[in-house]
Design a protein around this ligand. Structure first.
Ligand SMILES: Cc1ncc(COP(=O)(O)O)c(C=O)c1O
Length: 396
C-alpha cells in the first residue's frame, strides 16, 4: 500500500500522528501551502479592482480556480461556481437566496434524517419562518418542491445514490429543486454535475485537502438567474444610486466584499494536488483501507458500527459505539485514543443529532474518518488504543 504522508508537512514534526479525523477537516499538502504563500509573497493584491500587474495576476489566479473547480466537478460553465466560506455558507445561500424567493407557503421542503445540521437546520428554520412544510425522510410527492440530501453521510459513510434519487424525484415532481451536500464526497470520489443533475451542490475546501475559509456553491445557470443575493456590498453591484442598486451579472453578484483570495487560490492548488495523486488512486487507497478498518472493527465484540458494518457502498467514515456495561462515553474513548496513542478521532454527535436519536445512540459515537495520508499502521494503532479503552473501563 502506497504511503502518501510525504506530501504533508505536518508529519515532519509529528511522525507518530495517527490522524483519523478527515471528516472534520483534512490535512493540507505542501503544494497548497506553497501556493498560498506564493500569493502572499508575490502578488498579494485585491482582485477585480487594481489596474496594475499584481492585482491582475491575483485576479487571474482567482478566476482560474473558478474554471478549475468547474472542470473538476463537471459543471458546464465557470459562472455556475460561486465561492463561499464553506458548505454551511453555501447551503445557507441556497436556502436564503433561492428557496426563500421561489417557494410559497404550503410547499414541501424535504431533508433526510441523515443530514448534517448544516443541511438540516437552514431548511427547518426557513420552513418555520415561511410556512413551508418541513418533511424529514418522507416520500417525494408532487408537493415536494425542494429536496436537500447528502452525497455521503458524515456519520455512516454511506454513498447516497443521488443520481437515481434525483431522476426519480423529477419524474414525480418535475420542478423540484435538489440541493446536494457534497462536503464528504468531493475530496474522496469523482463527481460530475451534468451526470448527477443536481440543481445546487455544496462543498468545503478544507474537507478536500484545501484551505479553511473557502467553499463552493455550484448551481445550474438557470437557478442562479432565479436567485437573489443575500449579502450586499462592494464587488457585487453594477450601479448604485441614492435610491436603488443593480447587481453584477456573473457569480460576483453572490460574492460581496473581498473574498478569501489566498484560500480560493489555494483551492486551485488542491485540485492540482488531487489530479497529481489521481482520483482513481485516492478511491483505491481509501477503499483498501476502509475494508481493512471495517474488518478489524467487526472483530471487536464490544463495539458496534452505527448503520451497516460493511464496506461496500461507503467511503472511509465509520462511527461506532459500545453498549458494554461500565464502558465510558464516546468522549472518554476518544480521550484515551488521543492522549495515549496520538490517534485523532471525533466523539459525539458529529452535527447529526436527529440521526443519532433515530439509531437510539443518544450519547454519541466515536467516528473514524480516513484520508489519503492514512496507512494500515494508523488503523492498527487505533485498534491498540481500543484495547486500552477496554482494559480501562471493563477489566479494571
Ligand atoms: C456532510 C457535511 N455537511 C456539512 C458540513 C459543514 O461543513 P463546513 O463546516 O465546512 O461548513 C460538514 C462538516 O462536517 C459535513 O460533514
Amino acid at each position: 500500500m502506497k504511503n502518501y504522508k510525504k506530501y504533508f508537512l505536518i508529519f515532519d514534526k509529528n511522525a507518530d500522528l495517527h490522524y483519523l479525523d478527515s471528516g472534520a477537516t483534512t490535512l493540507k499538502p505542501k503544494m497548497v501551502l506553497e501556493k498560498m504563500m506564493e500569493y502572499y509573497t508575490e502578488y498579494s493584491a485585491n482582485i477585480h479592482r487594481g489596474l496594475y500587474p499584481i492585482s491582475e495576476k491575483a485576479t487571474e489566479e482567482y478566476e482560474n480556480t473558478r474554471q478549475k473547480v468547474a472542470d473538476f466537478i463537471g459543471a458546464k460553465y465557470p459562472g455556475e461556481i460561486v465561492f463561499t466560506s464553506g458548505t454551511t455558507d453555501s447551503l445557507n445561500l441556497a436556502a436564503a437566496g433561492w428557496a426563500k424567493r421561489n417557494l410559497k407557503a404550503g410547499d414541501e421542503v424535504m431533508v433526510t434524517i441523515a443530514e448534517h445540521h448544516s443541511n438540516f437546520v437552514p431548511w427547518q428554520q426557513l420552513a418555520l419562518k415561511n410556512n413551508f412544510k418541513f418533511v424529514v425522510s418522507g416520500e417525494v410527492t408532487k408537493k415536494t418542491k425542494l429536496l436537500a440530501i447528502n452525497h455521503v453521510s458524515n456519520v455512516l459513510g454511506t454513498v447516497t445514490p443521488i443520481k437515481s434519487i434525483i431522476k426519480k424525484a423529477r419524474e414525480i415532481s418535475p420542478e423540484i429543486c435538489v440541493v446536494v451536500d457534497g462536503a464528504q464526497a468531493v475530496g474522496h470520489m469523482p463527481v460530475d454535475m451534468v451526470d448527477l443533475d443536481a440543481d445546487f451542490y455544496a462543498f468545503s475546501g478544507h474537507k478536500m485537502y484545501g484551505p479553511t475559509g473557502v467553499g463552493v456553491l455550484y448551481g445550474k445557470a438557470k437557478r442562479w438567474l432565479e436567485m437573489e443575493p443575500t449579502r450586499f456590498g462592494g464587488g457585487m453591484i453594477k450601479t448604485v444610486s441614492t435610491t436603488e442598486s443593480t447587481w453584477a451579472d456573473g457569480p460576483e453578484k453572490f460574492e460581496a466584499g473581498t473574498p478569501p483570495i489566498a484560500e480560493v487560490i489555494g483551492l486551485g492548488a488542491t485540485i492540482d494536488f488531487i489530479k497529481e495523486i489521481g482520483r482513481e488512486n485516492i478511491v483505491k487507497h481509501e477503499k483498501e483501507l476502509t475494508d481493512y478498518l471495517i474488518e478489524k472493527i467487526n472483530k471487536i465484540e464490544w463495539l458496534k458500527i452505527m448503520g451497516l458494518g460493511i464496506s461496500s457502498g461507503r467511503l472511509g467514515v465509520v462511527s461506532m459505539y459500545s453498549e458494554a456495561p461500565g464502558m465510558g462515553t464516546s468522549h472518554d474513548m476518544a480521550d484515551i485514543l488521543g492522549r495515549e496513542f496520538n490517534v485523532c478521532v471525533r466523539a459525539g454527535h458529529h452535527c447529526a443529532m436527529p440521526l443519532h436519536t433515530q439509531f437510539g445512540v443518544e450519547t454519541g459515537t466515536v467516528r473514524v474518518s480516513l484520508g489519503i495520508y492514512n496507512t494500515k499502521e494508523d488503523v492498527d494503532e487505533l485498534i491498540k488504543g481500543l484495547e486500552k479503552v477496554w482494559m480501562t473501563f471493563i477489566k479494571k
